[in-house]
Design a protein around this ligand. Structure first.
Ligand SMILES: C[S@@+](CC[C@H](N)C(=O)[O-])C[C@H]1O[C@@H](n2cnc3c(N)ncnc32)[C@H](O)[C@@H]1O
Length: 300
């Protein structure tokens, strides 16, 4: 066993690996009380909600692409993106920046990786071991720390991403990475023709992306389900072109109290403080309640 395999074997039980429906494994975070991916399929989620939703099959025709992976975690989104890009254009050079709080997560992930291609696997290993990879086709950096701080370095450097993957734990559990102020900084890292994708369809998230000046579109659900789920996520861009417009139901959702975004004026408040600030704003609001909106649209 190599030393990184030993580290992975020692760390992996901390996140209680569990299978998802497509056979790939995810972790569970005791701290946030959530799994790292949808239980419908971790690997599938990385392809559908991030790599495909950010138009990488088309964008891969460019000679060079820049990716920003917010909440890198097990690296599934970076891996799926690289697989898609190099499938469509093996000559595309890619710069990847990942932001992650806890280095032990990508290190532990080395023990549970789905079968990525050899070149992609080597990049994930390099990021977990050295937080930096330089290869002819790829330069990658993993910035460890609170993304509210590390994103500021990227803004100062003028980093412009063609695709941004926004993948924190849910807004209720990790509101600090869904605030208007944080998403403003994220938007500053989005290239003029770039795409930002997230699995979240929460009205608070969508409103915050709009406050950051972005247009938003929906990621529709492929197979119709009972009126409980209405989208698989959200895509944001500087222009409305190429976005799938929100349905009238989704647009109205933004006008309800759920559409009041999280705020963190100095980018340093705790999750309870950020939740309490939003709750106070909701209680003082005269907007329609979200339960009434649900009732009107027959959402169970
Ligand atoms: C839902 S998981 C991301 C899954 C990941 N994208 C993947 O494909 O495996 C959320 C990740 O955010 C990280 N995280 C939590 N708070 C953070 C913060 N303030 N800054 C940066 N990363 C954070 C967690 O350690 C976890 O790895």
């Amino acid at each position: 066993m190599t030393s990184s395999q030993q580290i992975a074997a020692a760390l992996t039980p901390l996140w209680r690996p569990r299978p998802t429906a497509d056979g790939s494994l995810t972790f569970f975070s005791p701290e946030f009380g959530e799994t790292f991916h949808s239980l419908e399929g971790a690997r599938q989620e990385a392809f559908e909600k991030f790599a495909i939703a950010t138009a990488l099959p088309t964008k891969a025709q460019a000679p060079h692409l820049q990716l920003l992976d917010i909440c890198y975690g097990l690296g599934y989104n970076t891996a799926a993106a690289l697989e898609v890009i190099w499938h469509h254009n093996p000559a595309c050079q890619v710069t990847v920046v990942g932001l992650e709080l806890d280095l032990r997560v990508p290190q532990a992930a080395l023990a549970v990786m789905p079968p990525w291609s050899g070149s992609v696997q080597a990049i994930l290993e390099g990021l977990a071991q050295r937080q930096q990879v330089t290869k002819p086709q790829c330069e990658a950096h993993l910035l460890i720390g609170d993304a509210r701080q590390t994103i500021q370095d990227l803004v100062r450097q003028g980093f412009q991403a063609d695709a941004i993957f926004l993948d924190p734990f849910s807004p209720q559990r990790c509101p600090q990475l869904w605030t208007v102020e944080f998403l403003n900084l994220v938007a500053q890292c989005l290239a003029p023709e770039g795409y930002l994708a997230t699995y979240s369809r929460a009205a608070a998230v969508r409103s915050a992306l709009r406050e950051a000046g972005l247009h938003i579109g929906t990621i529709p659900i492929e197979t119709p389900r009972p009126r409980k789920e209405w989208a698989q996520g959200t895509v944001a861009r500087w222009q409305a072109a190429q976005l799938i417009p929100l349905s009238p139901m989704e647009q109205e959702h933004l006008q309800t109290r759920a559409g009041i975004p999280y705020r963190d004026p100095h980018l340093q408040d705790s999750a309870p403080m950020i939740r309490a600030r939003r709750q106070a704003e909701q209680q003082a609001s005269r907007r329609e309640s979200t339960s009434r909106w649900r009732h009107r649209w027959g959402i169970t």
